[in-house]
Ligand binder design. Structure first.
Ligand code: ZN
Length: 366
């Protein structure tokens, strides 16, 4: 079996609005650059795999858009109606930094459909594992409030569609996007059958969510795990967080499927973070997750694209993840790696990060 890669050119046509970086263009803000979530990070990821030949090793395909029924399992009809209406009228903004253009609703539904297609293909055993190159991303989106470039909650939509078809029951979501997965957390905060784990740069975005103390509520108490990490955590710290916190949480939970919210914005040169993760970090996190999936849930593993804003670096990070997922020997040497090695934290800082992680592990009894 091969690795599935779900993508669609139309997701690259989602409009980022008239932004200059994170700022709407107005007054003294000169136009240019666009929203950080521009299509080039994604398009160049595809292009790099085509150039190296890794593309040929993957089962590349598109998927149908998520249906109204799929969307309504997560989002209230009032939000979906407003979104569709504004989209039909040429675009708009319904939340925080989530501009969209004409047809934005259909593109967002397609983005969620790619996540659903990838998850279904994995759960049905049609592929070894799968990656969905979803755009717009989804992990910040609340049921009725889009934010952080996210217009629909892609992963939750996919999981609930799979549950409706009895394809899975207990699902673990590992969110290694550098920002807190506040949308996924909110949707599943009371749900004991969905383990949501978010590793993120502390107090980045959203500023005031993602605290370690937020462990879920009601029947879902204990099935939400936030792992806020200090800026500059780096390769060693990420692996330690995985080994001491993420893997034990997965073992405790016993999922029957694992979904990764795969952002690449923890990368060394990402403009929206400062975490110093390199291609070796993403390789190692992918390997550890694959091993956990093999041990716990018959290797049922699906990755869904989230953030990642360095046009130059994301393609290499993505290529390395796809190499590991597919077991391909075709590699793309990461040109940032030499710089990465020169910028890793000192032993003293690593000890500090280690202590932060140890304190969380102690509370959890790991
Ligand atoms: Zn992010």
């Amino acid at each position: 079996m091969t690795t599935g890669f779900f993508w669609d050119e139309r997701c690259f046509w989602h409009s980022g609005g008239n932004y200059a970086g994170l700022l709407p263009v107005a007054g003294l803000v000169q136009p240019g650059g666009g929203l950080p979530d521009n299509p080039e990070t994604k398009r160049r990821f595809v292009n790099l795999m085509r150039v190296t030949g890794l593309w040929e090793a993957l089962e590349t395909q598109t998927a149908p858009a998520a249906t109204s029924e799929d969307l309504l399992r997560i989002h209230p009809s009032s939000y979906l109606d407003s979104f569709r209406d504004a989209s039909d009228k040429g675009g708009g903004e319904l939340g925080l930094r989530t501009p969209f253009g004409a047809g934005g609703f259909e593109i967002a539904a397609l983005s969620a459909g790619l996540a659903k297609g990838a998850l279904f293909a994995t759960l049905r055993g049609e592929v070894q594992n799968a990656y969905a190159l979803s755009r717009p991303p989804g992990h910040h989106c609340l049921p009725d409030f889009p934010n952080g470039f996210c217009l629909l909650a892609n992963i939750a939509i996919a999981i609930e569609a799979a549950r409706a078809e009895a394809l899975c029951d207990r699902v673990a979501v590992i969110d290694w996007d550098v920002h807190h997965g506040n949308g996924t957390e909110a949707i599943y905060y009371d749900d004991p059958d969905t383990l949501t784990i978010s590793l993120h740069q502390e107090r980045n975005y959203p500023l005031d969510t993602g605290d370690f103390a937020d462990r879920g509520s009601g029947e879902g108490t204990g099935t939400n795990l936030n792992i806020p990490l200090p800026p500059g955590t780096g390769h060693t710290g990420y692996l330690e967080a995985f080994e001491r916190l993420v893997i034990p949480a997965l073992r405790d939970f016993k999922p029957d499927a694992i979904v990764v919210a795969c952002g690449f914005d923890a990368g060394l040169v990402d403009p929206l973070s400062r975490m110093l993760a390199g291609s070796q970090t993403f390789r190692a996190m992918t390997e550890l997750t694959m091993q956990a999936a093999a041990d716990l849930c018959d290797s049922r593993l699906t990755l869904v694209h989230e953030g990642g804003y360095s046009e130059e670096h994301v393609p290499f990070l993505g290529h390395h993840v796809m190499e590991i997922l597919s077991g391909s020997a075709i590699t793309a040497a990461d040109p940032f790696q030499p710089r990465f090695e020169g910028q890793q934290p000192s032993d003293r800082f690593n000890r500090y990060v280690s202590q932060v992680i140890a304190e969380m592990a102690e509370v959890l009894g790991y």
